[in-house]
Design a protein around this ligand. Structure first.
Ligand SMILES: *[C@@H]1O[C@H](CO)[C@@H](O)[C@H](O)[C@H]1NC(C)=O
Ligand SMILES: *[C@@H]1O[C@H](CO)[C@@H](O)[C@H](O)[C@H]1NC(C)=O
Ligand SMILES: [Cu+2]
Length: 400
């Protein structure tokens, strides 16, 4: 690989800064915003929007969404132990509820949780690398949070994983394997990494998750686009579309390869401050370059495993929702942190309608979005332009 030396040099130089929480300030007197500053500004502006002293251009805000009713999404490690247990309880509840999909059509949809996975598998080509990437996933995560609330009596808000927060992800409150985590890493098994145009090393897991609340979770759907070492002999799905029932353990390969290079607070801040329109914001978030893994994939491959490393089936990994929650937060920060830009940024919409096809028809803000059997009441076919603000249309939440 011609790029390997370049990557190594890049990694070596970037690692000098790992753990830093803001830009180094020595080289410039000009104040440069760090990720925490951006979060603070975005939240302050979002509250101004809620109390009517600032407009984000939304005309679809409900009067019932205000400062006292707004739901606050927090970082998983910032939840109290009781709040974490409540979230874990609700996720286990949805994993235990029966599917609402036709069994003959989707034999692998065993639980209500699996319904979300099937919908994602169906939609994958039209909601990644497309104009609606952020919008559809915002809607999808909110639908999951709504199902936790309405079908499992969940009392909290959807938590997220702040990519740059943990110097060692395997010992973070999300993956440390204690009773308040989303389960530990996969057990270590000897395996190789993969090649994404450059070599990605294997992580310290690779085997089944056997500690914490999601120990011994059974995955049924997929794999459809597996990325784990073939030598691990993960069973192929009995159907070529991946919808067959393929019971197997939840595997993870939680690693620090991506978080220490591409997902640090400085990476988040520079991505937000250096992309002024949604077209480049979304594409740089998703498209790897020879120098850099893009943040969306970097987050997925920080968890990796099966199904976590499979673009179609990844929502079957219980931590998926925390990673995509952060992705939604990242977009929210970008749209809200500059008071004068909010109106413009919230409504920007750019890109095609089918992945890897730049010639697919352009997406329009009026395009309806679909969630099939996981659609929350009253939102079927909702237009993308109803999904612009987190405190308008069907939504009423903020990030803290
Ligand atoms: C917020 O909305 C709720 C529900 O409609 C309402 O009872 C409350 O008075 C509102 N509060 C403010 C500060 O507007
Ligand atoms: C998970 O499965 C392993 C192997 O079957 C078993 O030893 C372990 O006790 C199980 N753990 C839990 C929490 O059920
Ligand atoms: Cu997705």
């Amino acid at each position: 690989m011609a790029g390997t030396a370049v990557i190594k040099a890049l990694v070596a130089s970037l690692c000098l800064f790992s753990g830093a929480s803001a830009w180094p300030s020595t080289s410039s007197k000009r104040q440069t915003l760090g990720a925490d500053d951006i979060q603070k500004q975005a939240l302050a502006n979002a509250y101004k929007v809620l109390d009517g002293t600032l407009s984000d251009g939304s005309t679809n805000r409900k009067t019932t969404c205000n400062k006292t009713t707004v739901s606050i999404r927090k970082e998983y490690g910032d939840l109290t132990k009781e709040e974490r247990l409540e979230y874990i309880r609700a996720v286990k509840c949805i994993l235990a509820k029966p599917s609402k999909l036709p069994a003959g059509k989707y034999p692998g949809a065993v639980s209500r949780y699996d319904d979300f996975v099937v919908v994602h598998m169906n939609m994958t080509p039209s909601v990644h690398g497309t104009a609606n990437f952020m919008h559809w996933h915002r809607y999808y995560i909110w639908a999951y949070e709504t199902a936790l609330k309405t079908e499992c009596d969940f009392k909290g808000s959807q938590p997220y994983w702040n990519w740059g927060k943990y110097s060692d992800l395997t010992t973070s409150p999300i993956f440390n394997g204690d009773d308040w985590s989303l389960g530990g890493n996969g057990e270590y098994v000897k395996h190789v990494g993969m090649n994404m145009g450059r070599p990605i090393p294997a992580g310290p897991g690779g085997g089944c998750v056997n500690t914490g609340p999601f120990a011994n979770t059974t995955i049924h759907l997929g794999p459809l686009s597996p990325t784990m070492d073939p030598a691990l002999k993960i069973k192929a799905n009995p159907r070529s579309d991946g919808y067959g029932d393929n019971p197997r353990c939840l595997r993870r390969d939680v690693n620090n390869f991506f978080t220490t290079q591409y997902l640090r607070p400085v990476d988040m801040a520079s991505h937000i401050t250096s992309n002024a329109n949604i077209g480049t914001f979304q594409s740089t978030l998703q498209n790897d370059t020879p120098q850099k893994a893009a943040m969306h994939g970097a987050g997925h491959f920080s968890i990796w495993g099966d199904p976590g490393g499979d673009v179609y089936v990844s929502p079957a990994e219980p931590a998926f929702w925390l990673h995509h929650g952060q992705l939604d937060r990242h977009w929210w920060m970008w749209a809200n942190y500059l008071e004068k830009e909010i109106k413009t940024r919230i409504a920007q919409y750019e890109g095609g309608t089918n992945w890897q096809n730049p010639n697919s028809p352009k997406g329009k803000p009026t395009d309806p979005q679909w969630l099939d059997v996981v659609t929350p009441v009253g939102t079927a076919g909702i237009q993308s332009n109803q999904l612009f603000s987190t405190t308008a249309g069907p939504f009423c939440y903020l990030y803290e």
